[in-house]
Design a binder for this molecule. Sequence first.
Ligand code: GRF
Length: 231
Amino acid sequence: MAERAPVKLGVLISGAGTNLQAIIDALGRRELRAEIRVVISNRASALGLERAQRHGIASRVIEHRRFASREDFDRALVETLREYGVELVVCAGFMRLLSPVMLAAFSDRVMNIHPALLPAFPGMHAQRAALAHGVRFTGCTVFFVREGLDDGPIIVQAVVPVMPGDDEESLSERIRAQEHRIYPWAIQLYGEGRLTIEGRTVRVTDFPAGDESLALLNPRSPHSPRLKRPH
Ligand code: GRF
C-alpha cells in the first residue's frame, strides 16, 4: 500500500504556543509525520510566533480586531489556510470561537485541545472550575471542533490527578505536560487515516485494546488492593 503523504497543518494560536512547540518537537523526533505549512496568530504579540520563526515555519498575523464580524475574520483565516494548502486546522491555544464559515470550509478538519476531561468544564478557566468542584481527576481532551463551545467529537483524552494543595498554576502545569503528549498523537492518528467520525463520536481504527487494570483511584484507599495486570 502506498504511504500517505504527510498531512499539511495550519496551526492557529493566540499566546505562548507550548502546544505548537510540542508538535514541532514531535515532528523533529519523527513521532509525528506531518508538515506545518503555516502558523496563524490573531495577536501580533503571541510568543508562539517566535517559535514558528525559530523553526523556519511560515507565520501570519491576522488580527480579529480589524474585522467587522466573526465571519469576516474567519473568511480571512480560510483564505490564508487555503493559500498554504492546509488540510487540517490545529487550534493550539487559539482564543477565538470559530464561526460556521470556517467549520464549513474545513468540515471535520479542525481540531482543538481543552484543559479538562470534556464534557466537564468547557469554556474558560477549566482548571479553576475543576478545583472548585473538588474533582479527584481532570485532564485534557483533543476533539474535532463543531459549533458549540468545546463540544465536538472526542479523539484522545489524558487523565490527570488533582493533588492536595494544588492551585490553578500547578494543576495547569500538570495538565499541560499531558496536552503536549496527546496533541501530536491525535494529529498522527488523523494523518494515518485512523479516525472515523460517527455522529458525535470518533472511532479509532486498530486501537490497542484497553486494559481494565488501568482504573485509577484518587485518593488511593488503603483497603483496596492495587489492581494487578492479568498474567
Ligand atoms: C492550553 O491549556 C490549551 O488546552 C488551551 O489553551 C492553552 C494553550 O497553551 N486551549 P499554549 O499556547 O499551547 O501554551
